[in-house]
Design a protein around this ligand. Sequence first.
Ligand SMILES: Nc1ncnc2c1ncn2[C@@H]1O[C@H](COP(=O)(O)OP(=O)(O)OP(=O)(O)O)[C@@H](O)[C@H]1O
Length: 318
Amino acid sequence: MINIKNLNKYYGDTKVLNNISIEIDSGEIFAIVGHSGAGKSTLLRCINGLEVYSEGSLKVHNKEIKNLSKEQLREFRKDIGMIFQHFSLIQRKTVYENIALPMELWGYEKKEINKKVKELVNLVGLEEKIDVYPSQLSGGQKQRVAIARALTLDPDILLSDEATSALDPNTTTSILNLLKEINKKLNITIVLVTHEMEVVKQIAQKALLLEHGNIIGLDVTEELFLKPDEKMKHFLGENEVVPNKGINIKLYFPKDNVYQAFITKMARELNMDFNIVWGKLEEINTHIVGNMVINIKEEEKQKVLEYIKEHDIVWEVL
Ligand SMILES: Nc1ncnc2c1ncn2[C@@H]1O[C@H](COP(=O)(O)OP(=O)(O)OP(=O)(O)O)[C@@H](O)[C@H]1O
């Protein structure tokens, strides 16, 4: 649905996106992750034609965005909703009027607007706030209004630029749950930009890691977190401190694997003790994944590795 190939973008002489190639499938929730200044927003804005890219190709529904005329671009943007960190609501308009705005601008009839706004207000759970002004809403409620407004023209893509960055963790979770619901119910592809790993873990099926305009990771979310490479570890700020005596083995537990049972069973069946020196379990996309570092004696290395291999566990010796 969105195909980006060898994309480069410069601001003046500065290259801010370097050789970006990604494919985003229809119905996917795709995260673009990176620290401040990595180029996330620029990439997102290239997708809806708000920024022009210097080199390479960016196709949405097989249309090369840089070849679209002004009029075509206007039509194209109708199919793309966008939400922002600071909601961008109009303060002197009510919730109803804010949501109705895109349809009014496109000249829809009042009756049709009314039907759609009511439907969307219901979807985002703000029926009781329909006639209030943004100043009377919490941050989470404001973002709900912005989401409803982004959906009025029935887009098939929703772009989200740090939409939860101004919200507390509980409100963030409720907004992410709403986005997941919208993704499923309306089959909308969601591309979201964030600097928060928690957001990626909670919602994204695939993620792209950007650093200084370069791709440093691109994978299914579970894979990225399950077995992070050196760049990813650096990115996450993880430093594993392990004993310098004996052998340290890191075990990766993919989804659906019963990690605790494996560890205790291995100890029992091999009749040996080992230390768990490091471990982390997390929920990613509603699956429990994690990794654990065990420390064993040099002479036990072979039998432990044989056991691990038999049980189809991903591992590495540190
Ligand atoms: N209009 C512009 N003109 C010149 N340079 C720009 C412009 N917009 C962004 N930049 C630069 O491009 C780089 C990427 O910016 P971008 O906003 O895409 O990063 P980001 O990852 O979204 O960061 P943040 O989360 O801080 O917004 C930065 O170095 C930024 O200073």
